[in-house]
Design a protein around this ligand. Structure first.
Ligand code: PLP
Length: 411
């Protein structure tokens, strides 16, 4: 089987354009004429320092990251950040407001799917160690027909923020459930987090934290500067797993050791953001190969029109796929789980009207060269992931195939 024989619609880990992979293969053997492969080079060498700087600069350029924010490269994946966010943001809160009692410290979580649910659970566990707690601002399951599944971002007038949370957390695209914050809400004026509660002293806005792991570099983030932290595991549109990118406002780079003396949970050194900021992201051996491939990918995107061009392509791709999905719904064969306003551009999820039909769909997809169409093991159904590496031509083939499946089974 050749790469050209298949269309990979898997939700991850990594999905990268062929040209990027071809270049990466060369660098694995001989990085930029050094005669040494990228994974064999010293991470303290001038060449790797230059690569790190270049990766930072190209991410700053493609996302238009202001100088108020640092860009840091860490390991531990998205799940690592579920913990790191709590440690660093609680440390900041203790340093700013040392006189508050533990129980007066609250972290606000908007739960719109499996990943934000997991992040909130982790936060609850860590926060409990100093008496702090988690407030669920909204839980998308309360709006669903079954009361169990995540079917859309709850309407904003139902959100219940705490009076003065230590931070507010959300997940921009829920990879498992196919729920995403709508592109229409991305401009700073319409962004639902634009009117956040004020800090106790009114001095700084409450820090907003966004998990952008599965939508990172799929479209611009116009409201980026309203965030205190955006993080993303590399392994969807950026590079191989192993690298996590943090875009972090500089007031979050706090002394976690000093905070622990005031009662904040003790932050492991390798989870403290300051550890990475102080060492220009190289406190220990970094995920060199992943950083290298990520740099190639960002350069590749920049050369082809950057995020505006990607937005246009990804918008067109998802529109075609949801169109045919709606035809399947109208024919009584498919059920689209996610409300129209929250449909993910990256992960299209749906179920079929019977287990037999679902099995038939998966068999046809497999025969025709589609890969990775099964839904996440926790929710079942079908998931078609449309990351940057999936071309519009491939989407056209997928759409034609789904349309034929519907027509052949419609009565
Ligand atoms: N957050 C989101 C939105 C994800 O899609 C994932 C994984 O797919 C994670 C967090 C967890 O990332 P990791 O597997 O790198 O820990």
């Amino acid at each position: 089987m050749q790469r050209s024989d298949i269309i990979n619609l898997a939700a991850g880990p990594s999905q990268l354009p062929l040209q990027v992979l071809e270049q990466a293969a060369l660098g694995l053997l001989n990085y930029e004429g050094t005669g040494i492969g990228i994974t064999e080079l010293s991470h303290r060498s001038p060449e790797f320092k230059a690569l790190t700087d270049s990766l930072e600069n190209s991410i700053r350029t493609i996302l238009d990251v202001p100088q108020t924010h640092s860009i840091l490269f860490v390991q531990g994946g998205g799940c690592g950040q579920f913990s790191a966010v709590v440690y660093n943001l609680l440390a900041r809160h203790y340093l700013l407001y040392p006189d508050l009692k533990g129980e007066e410290r609250v972290a606000d979580y908007v739960v719109t799917g499996s990943w934000s649910k997991k992040a909130a659970e982790e936060a609850r566990m860590i926060a409990a160690s100093c008496g702090a707690r988690v407030n669920v601002v909204a839980d998308a399951r309360e709006n669903s027909q079954s009361g169990k599944s995540f079917e859309g971002v709850p309407s904003h007038d139902k959100w219940k923020f705490s009076a003065a949370p230590a931070y507010i957390y959300y997940c921009e695209n829920e990879t498992v459930d196919g729920v995403q914050f709508s592109d229409d809400l991305q401009s700073p004026a319409s962004f639902p987090f634009s009117s956040l509660p004020a800090s106790p002293d009114g001095a700084a806005p409450i820090p907003l934290v966004g998990d952008h792991s599965s939508s990172f570099l799929s479209r611009p983030i116009p409201n980026l500067s309203q965030h205190a932290l955006i993080y993303a595991g590399a392994q969807k549109n950026l590079g191989p797993s192993g690298l996590t990118v943090l875009i972090v406002r500089k007031d979050l780079l706090v002394d976690t050791v000093a905070a622990s003396k005031l009662g904040a949970p003790v932050t492991p050194t390798m989870l403290a953001y300051k550890t990475y900021a102080d060492a220009a992201s190289l406190p220990n051996t970094p995920p060199m190969f992943s950083m290298y491939v990520s740099l190639l990918a960002v350069k590749f995107y920049l050369e082809r029109g950057g995020l505006a061009a990607l937005r246009q392509r990804n918008e067109a791709k998802q529109r075609k796929v949801y169109e045919v999905l709606d035809e399947g719904v109208a024919a009584g064969l498919f059920h689209g789980n996610v409300q129209a306003a929250s449909r993910s551009w990256m992960n299209v999820t749906f179920t079929l009207s019977s287990p037999e039909l679902e099995k038939a769909f998966i068999t046809v997809a497999q025969e025709k060269g589609l890969r990775g169409v099964k839904g996440h093991r926790s929710v079942g159904g079908i998931r078609l992931s449309l990351y940057n590496a999936v071309s519009e031509d491939q989407v056209d083939i997928v759409v034609a195939l789904v349309r034929q499946f519907i027509q052949e089974r419609s009565t």
